[in-house]
Design a protein around this ligand. Structure first.
Ligand SMILES: Nc1ncnc2c1ncn2[C@@H]1O[C@H](COP(=O)(O)OP(=O)(O)O)[C@@H](O)[C@H]1O
Ligand SMILES: O=C(OP(=O)(O)O)[C@H](O)COP(=O)(O)O
Length: 481
């Protein structure tokens, strides 16, 4: 399924050969709005060297955006790593491992991008080779209760193939069946629990639920960087019941790069925010205004801003309860002198489909019944000109519904621009499953400075927020000088 030719940027992870766009063409609209369908990763598997830096900076504070000096206030908080654990710590031990296997599945439950599975492998292999009994936990999508299409069952064959052993799958994530399967697990065996979000207690981080999850294990490894910004039972709650609780290799690598990159960015520093998780990400814009010199908005994010300005947006994606926030953000950008650019033209469609009728219109002229699915050519030019002046760019969220070729132009143009800038020495950071999928689709992922598995997580890091899934982990024992 996967080619074996690993590019330098992918640091040893075999690259998937699956197509990422066609497989979404038959997906219902809700698929695109509800969850991020494509996951890609860069560096993760790379350095699974236990002697890597364990000092993970997890806490950042505000800094002055207008300053050309390095950003200040990054506090380093060293976290214990799975690489710190000896064979003696692991052999025969039941290890609860939180991974982010939130991969896209097509209508037939085929995995259309296995990057996040591949990204999880190094930590799991390390545990297996040290004789641990591995209990894997993940979410998939945003199910409301038990929802068969969000079962983790379709992941078992690929996981088994990549690990070279048969992974056992539980039908639940807690309860007697799980206890029995864990009891039967041999040293070096792997059990995959069912989607942890089938329980509402997961996202509520209910202690009793966390206790039940933890009850089958001896220690905890968190390797789910893409979910590290969520204080959920399986990311944060279980740490109250499992000691040690340590960082996995992927989590560690992501933080090592991202914290360094955003603590002292070369300026001008630009952020590009798009995609469809508007309510999750619009709040990030406020803190980006404190940190960035240029802010470019695209994707499904923009219509809430247009509507807040009194423009009609047809049937485009809008978060009605964020209109006031959008107005405030526009005013704040002006006050702070941040160059916040909204697209001046958009590609609109008469339906959410790859074969929709489409046309380019000014942002102020979206007719009723039409929806904006991409940024237009004038906007691409304006965005490219603004990006030309930058020295660091972080991008999360596609500029349009790039899964449909007709609406992929804006996203592909930005991907190409960032590739061009990267080759000239600009630091380019791409975060989020779909954004990374987009640069992959264009074939320029390899030239970017950093490819991250987490969109929301990387933005929250940039915001200066503490990631609860990291904060809850044990602190590293200081190394003697
Ligand atoms: N104008 C738009 N309307 C609806 N969905 C959009 C629009 N622009 C982009 N999207 C969708 O946003 C999704 C990605 O959003 P998001 O999950 O926030 O990004 P990431 O996975 O990179 O973090 C894609 O599936 C894309 O189709
Ligand atoms: O896909 C994810 O985040 P991302 O789209 O921000 O990269 C993670 O799996 C977290 O999913 P969530 O945003 O449903 O908590």
């Amino acid at each position: 399924m996967a080619s074996t030719a690993a590019s330098p940027a992918f640091c040893g992870i075999p690259k998937a050969s699956t197509s990422t766009s066609r497989s979404y063409l038959n997906a219902p609209t809700s698929h695109f709005i509800e969850r991020t369908p494509i996951r890609r990763l860069g560096f993760a598997a790379a350095a699974v060297d236990p002697l890597l830096c364990y000092h993970v900076a997890t806490k950042m504070q505000s800094f002055n955006s207008s300053s050309a000096k390095p950003l200040r206030g990054v506090v380093s908080m060293a976290k214990k790593s799975v690489g710190d654990l000896t064979s003696g710590d692991l052999k025969g031990k039941k290890v609860f491992v939180r991974v982010d296997l939130n991969v896209p599945l097509d209508d037939k439950q085929n995995i259309t991008d296995d990057t996040r599975i591949r990204a999880a492998i190094p930590t799991i292999k390390h545990l297996i080779s040290n004789g641990a009994k591995v209990i894997l936990s993940s979410h998939l999508g945003r199910p409301k209760g038990v929802t068969p299409k969000y079962s983790l069952a379709p992941l078992v064959p690929r996981l088994s193939e990549l690990l070279g052993i048969q992974v056992v799958k539980a039908d639940d994530c807690i309860g007697p069946e799980v206890e029995k399967l864990v009891a039967e697990l041999p040293e070096g065996g792997v059990l995959l629990l069912e989607n942890v979000r089938f329980y509402k207690e997961e996202e509520k981080n209910e202690p009793e639920f966390a206790k039940k999850l933890a009850s089958v294990a001896d220690l905890f490894v968190n390797d789910a960087f893409g979910t590290a910004h969520r204080a959920h039972a399986s990311t944060e709650g279980v740490t109250k019941f499992l000691k040690p609780s340590v960082a996995g290799f992927l989590l560690q690598k992501e933080l090592d790069y991202l914290v360094g990159a955003v603590s002292s960015p070369k300026r001008p520093f630009a952020a590009i925010v798009g995609g469809s998780k508007v309510s999750s990400k619009i709040g990030v814009i406020e803190s980006l205004l404190e940190k960035c010199d240029i802010l470019l908005l695209g994707g499904g994010m923009i219509f809430t801003f247009y509507k807040a300005q009194g423009l009609s947006v047809g049937s485009s994606l809008v978060e009605e309860d964020k209109l006031d926030l959008a107005t405030t953000l526009l005013a704040k950008a002006k006050d702070k002198g941040v160059n916040l650019l909204l697209p001046t033209d958009v590609v609109i469609a008469d339906k959410f489909a790859p074969d929709a009728d489409s046309k380019v219109v000014p942002s102020s002229a979206i007719p009723d019944g039409w929806m904006g699915l991409d940024i237009g050519p004038d906007s691409i030019k304006t965005f490219n000109d603004a990006l030309e002046t930058t020295n660091t760019v972080i991008w999360n969220g596609p500029m349009g519904v790039f899964e449909f070729d007709k609406f992929a132009v804006g996203t592909e143009a930005i991907a190409n621009k960032l590739a061009e800038l990267s080759k000239k020495g600009v630091t380019t950071i791409i975060g989020g499953g779909d954004s990374v999928a987009a640069v992959e689709k264009v074939g320029v992922a390899n030239v970017m400075s950093h490819i991250s598995t987490g969109g929301g997580a990387s933005l929250e890091l940039l915001e200066g927020k503490e990631l609860p899934g990291v904060l809850a982990l044990d602190e590293a024992v200081p190394v003697a000088a």
